[in-house]
Design a protein around this ligand. Structure first.
Ligand code: SF4
Length: 397
């Protein structure tokens, strides 16, 4: 069939297809500049983030990135300020004792991060003259700095052209491109797609809409850190897990998931295997106004942290077996089992603790490997949250 101008129907369809693919390419090319333009107007104010145009401090970037692993911005804020006041630079932190660092960290959870934080500060001080390496490769040689953290520091603090991909960025990118592959297998693909949001490698490659906004956003290729932080902010404030505010999103024009209308279905996730419940006992023993505690082994879960004595954590509750692991103390005729259980959820498993209490005479010595600490100074101990809960339950708070 011939239409006007001698064009066939299939010719018109093919022309429309080409036009639409051209528009799509244009929209895709515009994304990096749109993102930066949005960031310049809406960036979050965060304690570790310098004002627009100011240089980021590598120590602040590193400290905040380590604290933000598995912990939210609101919780991290006061800890970040506390650390910065006490140890204003990496050299000061490198000279601090591990015990002091663990004490300051108490309450933030995932204590291996605090141990690595200290080890990293020591390594920067001893091996790098107190100055962080400025490349991803260099940063990855340091304790506790994995691929994500290295990329984040390299991009944010040193302007290296790399894209760190955190959970927020994963969500935005998987929606923008409607990535069908489930996590975690999709991670390499998402990393690759996220990198396209850094913009072109050569100046002058930006076209059309991108060109319109580029003057406000500055040079895309030199703002890798801002691109990454823009995506992080977008994921946390607009492209939220539930009910994303797509109307406010700078990338909504060609977001594949929004066009399909199933934004919340991304990122696709493989069915989760939740860890099996573990059960154990905690023994809260008081001597006047003191509490019996011990230090956990350096390696493993909650390594080096303070705890009240307890039993092994096993598949079910077994009171008899647990009581066999109670601390051997003179004058304890029997243990009082507190009503209820203390529950806590670790990354890989949930835990239930039964709490037993006892009071001993003022001169009772501590069993080997344990010590008495005044209850009034417990806040200075490196106590993980699960132990704070067990102690509070045992002391009847
Ligand atoms: S349009 Fe909606 S789903 Fe797509 S990236 Fe923006 S906020 Fe997320």
């Amino acid at each position: 069939m011939t239409l006007y101008g001698g064009m066939t129907l299939s010719g018109a369809a093919s022309k429309r297809k080409k036009a639409s693919s051209f528009e799509h390419e244009q929209a895709t090319a515009a994304r990096p500049a749109l993102l930066l333009h949005w960031y310049d107007r809406h960036r979050r104010r965060l304690p570790w983030r310098p004002l627009a145009g100011e240089r980021a401090d590598p120590y602040s970037v590193w400290l905040s990135e380590i604290m933000l692993q598995q912990t939210g911005v609101k919780t991290v804020g006061p800890y970040f300020e506390k650390f910065l006041t006490r140890w204003p630079d990496v050299a000061a932190l490198g000279r601090a004792s591990l015990d002091d660092v663990l004490r300051m960290w108490a309450g933030l959870g995932y204590y291996s991060r605090a141990r690595n934080l200290h080890a990293c500060a020591v390594a920067v001080l001893r091996n790098h003259g107190g100055v962080f390496p400025d490349t991803e490769e260099g940063l990855r040689t340091l304790p506790g700095i994995g691929p994500y953290t290295a990329a984040a520091i390299a991009a944010i603090a040193f302007g290296r052209r790399t894209m760190p991909v955190d959970g927020n960025i994963e969500r935005v990118v998987s929606r923008l491109f409607a990535v069908e592959e489930p996590l975690p297998q999709a991670k390499p693909l998402i990393q690759q797609l996220a990198t396209t949001l850094l913009g072109p490698t050569r100046a002058g490659d930006m076209k059309s809409r991108a060109g319109d906004v580029q003057s406000g956003a500055g040079d895309v290729k030199s703002r890798a850190g801002d691109s990454a932080q823009a995506l992080m902010d977008l994921g946390s404030s607009i492209c939220t897990p539930k009910k994303p505010a797509c109307a406010l999103c700078p990338l909504n024009d060609d977001c594949a998931a929004r066009i399909r209308g199933d934004q919340e279905a991304f990122p696709r996730k493989a069915p989760k295997k939740s860890g099996e419940l573990r059960c154990g006992a905690a023994f809260v023993v008081t001597r006047g106004d003191e509490l019996l505690v011990r230090t956990r082994p350096e390696k493993g879960l909650l390594g080096g942290m303070t705890e009240v004595p307890g039993s092994d954590w096993l598949a079910g509750h077994d009171d008899k077996a647990a009581l066999k692991q109670a601390p051997l103390l003179k004058g304890v005729a029997g243990w009082r089992r507190k009503a209820g259980v203390v529950t806590h959820v670790f990354t890989h498993f949930p835990l239930e603790l039964v709490v037993y209490t006892a009071k001993v005479a003022t001169r009772t010595g501590a069993p080997e490997g344990m010590r008495w600490v005044p209850i009034a100074t417990l806040r200075d101990e490196a106590l993980p949250n699960v132990m704070r809960k067990a102690i509070a339950h045992g002391l009847g708070e």
